[in-house]
Write a protein that binds this ligand. Structure first.
Ligand code: UDP
Length: 241
């Protein structure tokens, strides 16, 4: 089994370790939670395991459906062996329903259905507060090439379609989500990296509209740990509706 060597990165929710193979990393998920660009900090017991296990299930599904991902092998409840990538400094968001910063920016009530899936980019830069960015901005700053950008847009729309279907099957409506891509160290190909979890998706119960994601932490709605466990149970097929 691959072993953790030196830590090469520590983010808000994960640590990344080198392995003996320069083209493989180990991602280790933490229970730490932050919101509002790090202003609000806390811990969500069990979150690291929920996000790791859920991401692995979803990435395997996406991989089988033709979206290349960094997933290699689940090592433990909190650790996964992944392909080493150089992450593009872009947060790629798709919105199906208005919520969060979209609702605030454009003065649209949360829960308003959007007329089309809406893709937006933010520049991953904490010092600047992750500002919104369009395609020209990303190209002008040299964050990605035209080819990479087209690939990222295409993959993200396909991911949205597959995720909407996956989640509605377990009684969850996919409001919006964020993904990150990287260039595979070994091949240079654009592949999906980072995570897909209740930290990075807005998921509302399809029957009751209850928020089943990180907004419970951001907005102090209570039952945070229980909600993460409930989402994982549904993903793993327990309580399947
Ligand atoms: N999101 C994320 N990381 C970020 C910003 C946003 O995972 O740094 C996710 C967030 O969970 C939501 C979607 O992207 O599912 C859209 O978030 P929004 O722009 O509305 O930001 P927020 O309201 O969270 O500030």
């Amino acid at each position: 089994m691959a072993e953790k060597k030196q830590q090469i990165y520590e983010g808000k929710a994960k640590k990344v370790f080198a392995t003996d193979d320069p083209n493989l990393y180990i991602v280790s998920y933490k229970d730490d939670a932050t919101a509002f660009n790090g202003e609000k900090k806390g811990q969500i017991a069990g979150k690291g395991a929920v996000n790791n296990i859920m991401t692995d299930v979803i990435f395997e599904m996406l991989e089988k459906s033709g979206v290349p991902t960094h997933f290699v092998e689940k090592l433990s409840d909190t650790d996964t062996l992944v392909k080493a990538v150089k992450i593009f400094p872009l947060e790629v968001i798709i919105r199906n329903v208005a919520a969060g910063s979209f609702s605030q920016r454009y003065g649209v009530d949360e829960g308003t259905a959007l007329l089309k899936p809406t893709l937006e980019f933010s520049y991953k830069n904490d010092a600047l507060g992750d500002p919104l960015l369009n395609d020209d901005h990303a190209l002008a700053l040299g964050l990605v090439t035209e080819g990479q950008l087209a690939q990222i847009r295409d993959y993200t729309h396909r991911i949205n379609g597959m995720l909407q279907f996956f989640f509605i099957e377990i009684g969850l409506k996919l409001i919006d989500f964020k993904v990150e891509f990287g260039a595979d160290n070994a091949t240079g190909e654009v592949i999906l990296a980072d995570e897909i979890s209740p930290d990075t998706c807005r998921l509302w119960d399809a029957a009751t509209g209850e928020k089943m994601d990180k907004d419970r932490f951001r907005r102090d709605l209570g039952n945070v740990e229980e909600t993460y466990q409930a989402v994982l149970s549904r993903v793993m097929g327990v309580n399947k509706k």
